[in-house]
Design a protein around this ligand. Structure first.
Ligand code: ZN
Length: 65
């Protein structure tokens, strides 16, 4: 039998601070985004926030009449 040596990437979880949207502490193994003002947030939360914002914009746009 041959021995297989696995070169597994070691993922170390590092806390990177709270999400600016939901306030939960994030770890570097999650999908997150960093903003220019040095705040960070979950990618998922950013998407949700984007949706909310575009909805609000659409609403006021369609409110012209
Ligand atoms: Zn979040």
């Amino acid at each position: 039998m041959k021995k297989k040596s696995w070169n597994r990437p070691v993922q170390i979880e590092i806390e990177i601070g709270p999400c600016k949207y939901c306030g939960k502490n994030m770890v570097n193994t999650e999908s997150f985004v960093a903003f220019a003002d040095k705040t960070k947030g979950h990618y998922k939360c950013m998407k949700e926030d984007d949706l909310k914002r575009s909805k609000t914009t659409n609403f006021s746009d369609s409110n012209l009449f």
